[in-house]
Design a protein around this ligand. Structure first.
Ligand SMILES: [Zn+2]
Length: 144
């Protein structure tokens, strides 16, 4: 188990606004897995959570760019996989064209790729590339 997730009631280290020092705090409130309110175990003051920046984290994002994503990230790959799954019943595999770099594809052609499996030609990307939606997402492949 690495990186156990905190939950309300847990003890975490935070910078206390009253003690002006990093002290142990009890987590009071959390939003979407992030600690937002804590209570100082030293002065019992409740305040917003101030994360103590670990000096080791050199790769931490620069101050000023505190991006707190409010909407859950949409994984484009997941969306593509979902699209493939929804289109799969409409793909007539008996008409699938075995993929080869020398093949000339048209949009909506069904492709049978040795590694990626059954796919649907989404877009012809000039002049000799084609975007094919596979179970594992859209791949850009060579074609004629
Ligand atoms: Zn305090």
């Amino acid at each position: 188990m690495t990186g156990s997730k905190p939950s309300p009631g847990d003890i975490t280290e935070s910078r206390c606004t009253r003690c002006k020092a990093p002290t142990n705090h009890t987590i009071v409130a959390m939003v979407e897995g992030h600690i937002v309110r804590v209570q100082c175990n030293t002065c019992n003051g409740v305040h917003n959570y101030h994360k103590i920046l670990a000096p080791r984290k050199a790769a931490a994002p620069a101050a000023g760019k505190v991006a707190t994503p409010r909407t859950p990230k949409v994984d484009p790959l997941a969306a593509e996989r979902q699209e493939w799954a929804s289109l799969r019943p409409t793909m007539r595999t008996e008409r699938a064209i075995a993929y080869a770099m020398t093949t000339r594809f048209k949009v909506n052609d069904i492709v049978d790729h040795p590694s990626f499996g059954i796919g649907l030609v989404k877009r012809l990307v000039a002049p000799n590339k084609v975007e094919i939606l596979f179970a594992d997402g859209i791949k850009l492949l060579r074609c004629q």
